[in-house]
Structures are given as C-alpha cells and as structure tokens.
Design a protein around this ligand. Structure first.
Ligand code: 1HE
Length: 263
C-alpha cells in the first residue's frame, strides 16, 4: 500500500488495483478550494496503468460542503469567476471521462459542489446519514461545477429547481428514490462496499471499461441512429479483442463465474 499526497486537503492511498482518494479537510467540512479541485484531476490523470478503479470519500462527518465559500468572498471579477467554473468543469470531466471508473461514498453533507462532484462519479453509494442539498440558491449563486448538466440527468429538472428555489434537502432515502445514488447502505458500510465494487470493476476487460465510461453516456445522449451505429462499432471493437475471446471461451469451458441472483 503506497501513499501519495497530491495536494493539501486530499490524501491518496493505493490498495491493489484501487486508488482511494480522501477529501481531507474535515475542519471545513471538506469544502473544496481551487487547489483541491485541481488536485482531484491531477490524481486521477496521474495514476499508473496498474490502477484500474478509484474510490472517493470524505474524512470526518461529511462528504463535502461544496465550494469553499471563502473563495467567492473577494472583489467581484467576472472573468476570474468564469475561469473558476471552467476549472471545476475540467477537473470533473477528468473524473467522469478518465481511464478508470470512479466510485463515491456519500455521508453527511453532500451539498452544492459536493453534490456536483458526486454527480461526476460513475457509482454513488450513500450512507443513511447522507443529505443532499443545493444551497447555491440561498447563497445568491448558481451551480458551477457541471451540476446543472449532470444533476438534472440524475434526478430531473423539477426536483433540482425545487431544491434550488426552496432550499429543500433530500434525505438519503429520498435521494436514492430520486436517482441521486445507486446504493443506500448503513452508516459505515459505504467504504467497504465501494472497495468491493471497485475491485469488481477493476477486473473488467480494458475495452469494455472504455466503452462503459466513454461510449455508453454518449450513445445514451445521441440521436438514436447515431447511437445504434456507435454501439455496433463499439460492440464489434470490444468483441474482437483477444481478452473478450478468452473470457467467452472460459465461460463455455465452464471456467468462468455464472451470473448470480441478487441478494
Ligand atoms: C465552510 C463551508 C464552505 C463549512 N465553505 N467554509 N456550500 C454551502 O453553502 C454549505 C455550507 N455549510 C454548511 O451548511 C454546514 O457547514 C454543513 C451542513 C456542511 C456542516 O455543518 P456543521 O455544523 O457540521 O459545520 P459548521 O460549524 O457549519 O462548519 C464548520 C466550519 O467549516 C466552519 O468554519 P469555522 O472556521 O467557523 O470552524 C464553516 O464556516 C466551515 N465551512 N462549509 C467554507 N462551503 C462550483 S460552484 C459550487 C457552488 C457551491 O458549492 S455553493 C454551496 C456552498
């Protein structure tokens, strides 16, 4: 297990093929400053090929209190504010469209930019303590970390509007029902489950992993005609890889695991 520190406020450790990134600024409820946002990108883009999945979680009682509001407390500067938002976009794009899948463990506050960060990860695991809010509405600001693109795609525009206009907070159960996360587990069970799932994801074939991260979301958003064509090209590319042939042969030779029932 090796340890690297990309920047203050983040810590990274490696467990086999899984890199675990921890938001480590608990005194400020893991509020994200510019260095932390850039550090997330630096971490995920810098992992060696042996890292095949990432888990992100938060230290202390909360996942993330969003943007470090201290950073918007200066003299107004429109050009700098645009660059600030674009910096978040770049970093979260690096998470969402990187080489490896990213799993997030959500507990306590998952608010503002914290919810935006979670939305850029591929699999979200909420613990029962998690609560989701978009306090940008109350602070006189707006989503700036790609959340207005990603969060409505998860929970729908009307619920995002409700949360931003009224300050509504979603419980973990409500967030699960709305589609904000794929899993809901007891407090403390999030990280072990994320590690288990990340290890499984680390084991999939390279071309399938590429297809799931890069092709699937684009196909889902595309005109269906372009989507079917892209799917055929992607499927044929994956299927003709030696790794696919080997895995299919293993199944036919009864050497590979069967699909299991849930539970
Ligand atoms: C912060 C931040 C922050 C806490 N920026 N310093 N996000 C928000 O509007 C959420 C603001 N935070 C809160 O509502 C609460 O802090 C929590 C519900 C997350 C946690 O409450 P609690 O009681 O555990 O902690 P606390 O006492 O409120 O905060 C502890 C310290 O963290 C305190 O500083 P201290 O020096 O007095 O100890 C807080 O000021 C500090 N702190 N949250 C800076 N966010 C790309 S655009 C994204 C736009 C947004 O994300 S807007 C939403 C911002």
């Amino acid at each position: 297990m090796s340890v690297q520190s990309p920047t203050a406020g983040l810590s990274v450790h490696v467990d086999g093929a899984v890199a675990v990134i921890r938001l480590s600024r608990p005194a400020k409820r893991n509020a994200l400053n510019e260095a932390m946002v850039a550090g997330l990108s630096k971490a995920v883009t810098g992992f060696p090929p042996a890292i095949r999945a990432v888990v992100i979680h938060g230290e202390g009682d909360h996942f993330c209190a969003g943007l470090d509001l201290g950073e918007v407390d200066g003299e107004p500067d429109l050009a700098a504010a645009i660059q600030h938002s674009l910096g978040w976009h770049r970093s979260f794009q690096d998470l969402q469209y990187g080489r490896v899948p990213v799993f997030s463990v959500l507990h306590g506050a998952v608010v503002g930019g914290g919810f935006e960060l979670a939305a850029a990860t591929h699999v979200r695991i909420a613990e029962r303590s998690a609560f989701f809010a978009l306090p940008e509405g109350q602070r006189g600001i707006f989503l700036g970390g790609g959340g207005s693109v990603r969060i409505p795609r998860l929970i729908g525009t009307p619920l995002v509007q409700d949360m931003m206009l009224t300050g509504r907070t979603l419980s973990a159960e409500e967030a699960r029902a709305a589609g904000a996360c794929q899993y809901l587990v007891d407090d403390g069970a999030g990280l072990p489950l994320a590690m288990e799932l990340a290890r499984k994801a680390a084991g999939i074939a390279d071309m399938t992993r590429f297809a799931v991260i890069h092709a699937l979301p684009r196909i889902a958003e595309a005109d269906p005609h372009i989507g079917y064509l892209t799917e055929a090209l992607m499927a044929s590319t994956a299927q003709t890889m030696p790794e696919a042939k080997e895995r299919v042969r293993d199944f036919l030779a009864k050497k590979a695991a069967k699909v299991t029932r849930p539970g």
